[in-house]
Write a protein that binds this ligand. Sequence first.
Ligand code: NDP
Length: 327
Amino acid sequence: MEYRRLGKSGLQLSSLSLGSWLTFGQQISDKIADELMGIAYDAGVNFFDNAEGYAEGKSEIVMGKILKAHHWERESYVVSSKVFFGTENKGPNRVGLSRKHIIEACNAALKRLQVDYLDLYFCHRPDKNTPIEETVWAMNTLLQQGKILYWGTSEWSASEIMEAIRVARQYNLIGPTMEQPQYNLIERNKLENEYLLLFKEYGLGTTIWSPLASGLLSGKYTSGEAKNTRLDMKGLEWLKESALAEEKLAKVKKLQVLADDLNVPLAKLSLAWCLKNPNVSTVILGASKVEQLKENLTTLDVLPLLTDEVMENIEKVMQTKPVLPQF
Ligand code: NDP
């Protein structure tokens, strides 16, 4: 395993990590979840990602039981949660980024995960109705209480992150260390354009999500091998519609040819491509099956194959590179 610093912070994360969205407490059994975490940990994965909103709190309960059952030393792993979407009981003060919800959500996540502190705590989305100043102060209260070690954002705009950094500096507080954006061969703008100044000037770290665009970039939807998948799950019709758009499927078909030429599974090529970006601190893997995780965890082998020429060929097929101003 390779370890990377989370931006300019002192914390090191495995470049491949494991997340639990839609799987833990929902799509897969607790037994499979246990196996996945065991396989990941044994392969050197040290970061497990979670959120209050995943399976309405159940994902954290499942992960907490697994962490406890394995007796892994607390120093050997990093665990996260995220606040914003609430759990099953929604209500005016049970969602969002008010001081009240942030403090209550953190305490509840600690109980569900059965840990004394969260290493990473994310604001899962921006809250347009709460002043950023209130959120920055609430995160710093949790830092001071030792309940969280680093805080960050997820899917915030560059200007919202910048405002959080400004507020933190104004009051000598600690600003966001990391952001959790979507990043894959299709969705690239935040990482490759919008956040560039944040990386350069403030050393922002990133824990990127959906590196396979929910499985599309494994090639199984174009090869006809997709059975019992996330995109067949009830309630996820919106995701299926967007993930399996004609234009995307056509590009993935061409990408498959490149992967075949290199003699590597497309999933590994797609994941390795994410790792090529030095502003990615960790690629969060998702898996519903043990075989998928085992395959994905060998992604680092593919990195040496991604020569400049191969990267250029990928660009020609995808044509998703953000256009930056010319100087
Ligand atoms: P991916 O885009 O990599 O999708 C993972 C899914 O793709 C798996 O569950 C599986 O689904 C399928 N898959 C994975 N590997 C393979 C393979 N080798 N061959 C075939 N199919 C494969 O990542 P996720 O969308 O799961 O995101 C990863 C993590 O990021 C989440 O668990 C969560 O922690 C975080 N996240 C954060 C968000 C945020 O807003 N901050 C939003 C979304 C995710 P199946 O078998 O069911 O088809």
